[in-house]
Design a protein around this ligand. Structure first.
Ligand code: C5P
Length: 401
C-alpha cells in the first residue's frame, strides 16, 4: 500500500461537493494512511464533523480559537506529509492566493511546508472567471498542485468545468505528490496510443494499443517533478492532470507534433504504436459495397523514432518493442537500428502483458548490452522502473563528461 504510514490532512471547504470528501477520507484510510480532517464553517453547513470523526478515527479540527489545542494550525502543520483541499471553493482559493488567514484551514495553509493539492469545485462561470483563474495560477506558481475540475453536469444544472474529480483521481495525485522529485528541471516528451490512418471519410486502419503504457509513463514522470508533454493518438483514457496533452490522429500528425517539440525535450519515450503503413491516398467518397473484391494499396509511414535517433543530440531516447519470441535479440536489434538508449521490450504472447491490460511484463535492454527482466507489475510501476533506468543512464553520461 503506497500510502501506509503517510499522514494526510484533508481540508474540506463549503461546497456542495463536500460530501465527496467523506469518500476520499475512507479511501485514504483503506490504503493505510492516517488522516486528519479540517472543516471550514461553510463545510459544516453541508456535512457534519461526526461523519469525518468516524471515518478518520480522530477528532475533527474546525476552529482556530477555543478548541483544546491553543495552536492547532502548528500542531497540524507538523503532523502532515501532505495537505489536500477537497473541495476548494472560490472563497478559499481567493483567501489562499492573497495570503489571508481568517480561519484554521487558511492559517494551516500558511504554516504547512509539505506538498499541497487544491481541488477546485464550483459553478462553471465562477470557475472560469478571470479572478478565480488568476488566483489558481498564482497558487500554481507558488508550487501548489491544482487538480483541475472535471467537465460535466453541475449541481446548479449547468454543464461545464467545475465538477470535483472523484476520490480515485485525487488519490493518485496524493501518491504522486509524496514521491521524490528527482526529475525536476527535465522535460519528458512521451507518445502514447495507436494512430488512426484513414481509408475514406468513415473508415480507418488502426491497432489494439490502449495507450495505457504511455499514459502511465507520463503520469509517473509528472509525479517525479518532470515537465511532461504527452502526444496521444486516439484513446479512451482521460487526460492526466498536470501533463500537457497534444492530441493527434495519424502517424504523420504524430511525427509533426513530436518533431516540433524534440528540441525542448531531455527524454523522449516513444510509447505509441505508430501504424507502419497508411492507405495510399484517402478516398474522398465513402467506399461503396458491391465489389466482390477490392485492393487497397498502403504506403509506408515514416519511422518517427528512427528519425529522432538520427537527429538526437542531448536527448535520451526510449523505444518500446512489442515482440514475440527471442525478445533480447529483437530488442538489441531495434536499439541499434534506431540509435536508442533504452528499449522496453515485452512479449505480447505472455500473460500479464500486452495491449489493453493494466499490467505489463517487460524487459529493459540497454545500449551497453545489459538486459533486465522485470516481474509482471502495473504499467504505472513499470513506468517508474523505466524512469529509474533513464536516470541511471543520465548519471552515467554526466559521469563521463
Ligand atoms: O519497429 P517497431 O515498430 O517495432 O518499433 C517500435 C518503436 O518505434 C516504438 O517505440 C514506436 O513508438 C516507434 N515507432 C515509431 N514510428 C513508427 C513505428 C514505430 O516511432 N512508424
Amino acid at each position: 500500500m503506497m500510502l501506509s504510514e503517510k499522514k494526510v490532512i484533508v481540508g474540506v471547504t463549503g461546497g456542495i461537493a463536500a460530501y465527496k470528501a467523506a469518500d476520499l477520507v475512507s479511501c485514504l484510510r483503506s490504503e493505510g494512511a492516517s488522516v486528519r480532517v479540517v472543516l471550514t464553517r461553510g463545510a459544516q453547513e453541508f456535512i457534519r464533523p461526526l461523519t469525518f470523526k468516524a471515518l478518520s478515527g480522530h477528532d475533527v479540527y474546525h476552529t482556530l480559537f477555543g478548541g483544546p489545542d491553543p495552536l492547532p494550525h502548528i500542531t497540524l502543520a507538523d503532523k502532515g506529509d501532505v495537505l489536500v483541499v477537497y473541495p476548494a471553493t472560490a472563497n478559499f482559493i481567493g483567501q489562499a492566493a492573497s495570503g489571508l488567514a481568517p480561519d484554521l484551514l487558511t492559517t494551516l495553509l500558511l504554516a504547512f511546508k509539505g506538498p499541497v493539492l487544491i481541488c477546485p469545485a464550483m459553478n462553471t462561470r465562477m470557475y472560469t472567471s478571470t479572478v478565480v483563474q488568476t488566483n489558481l495560477r498564482l497558487l500554481e506558481e507558488r508550487g501548489l498542485v491544482i487538480v483541475p475540475p472535471e467537465t460535466g453536469r453541475l449541481a446548479c444544472g449547468e454543464t461545464g468545468p467545475g465538477r470535483l474529480p472523484p476520490p480515485d483521481t485525487v488519490m493518485e495525485m496524493i501518491r504522486g505528490a509524496l514521491l521524490k522529485k528527482d526529475l525536476g528541471g527535465l522535460t519528458f516528451l512521451v507518445t502514447a496510443g495507436p494512430t488512426r490512418e484513414p481509408l475514406d471519410p468513415v473508415r480507418y486502419l488502426t491497432n489494439r494499443s490502449s495507450g495505457k503504457m504511455g499514459y502511465a509513463v507520463a503520469r509517473a514522470a509528472r509525479d517525479r517533478g518532470a515537465r511532461v508533454i504527452l502526444i496521444s493518438g486516439p484513446t479512451a483514457l482521460t487526460e492526466p492532470p498536470g501533463v500537457s496533452v497534444v492530441k493527434v490522429t495519424t502517424a504523420l500528425e504524430m511525427r509533426r507534433a513530436v518533431l516540433e517539440r524534440f528540441d525542448t525535450a531531455d527524454v523522449v519515450v516513444m510509447g505509441a504504436a505508430v501504424s507502419d503503413y497508411r492507405p495510399k491516398g484517402v478516398r474522398e467518397e465513402k467506399l461503396k459495397k458491391g465489389e466482390p473484391e477490392i485492393t487497397v494499396t498502403f504506403t509506408e509511414n515514416p519511422d518517427i523514432l528512427a528519425e529522432l535517433g538520427k537527429n538526437k543530440r542531448h536527448q535520451l531516447l526510449v523505444g518500446f518493442a512489442a515482440e514475440t519470441g527471442e525478445i533480447p535479440v529483437h530488442a538489441r536489434k531495434k536499439l541499434e537500428a534506431k540509435n536508442l538508449d533504452l528499449v522496453v521490450a515485452n512479449d505480447i504472447c505472455q500473460e500479464g502483458g500486452g495491449f489493453e491490460a493494466d499490467t505489463n511484463t517487460v524487459c529493459l535492454a540497454f545500449r551497453d548490452g545489459r538486459f533486465f527482466d522485470l516481474p509482471t507489475m502495473s504499467k504505472y510501476l513499470v513506468a517508474h522502473r523505466v524512469i529509474d533506468a533513464v536516470l541511471e543512464l543520465r548519471e552515467e553520461e554526466t559521469g563521463r563528461e
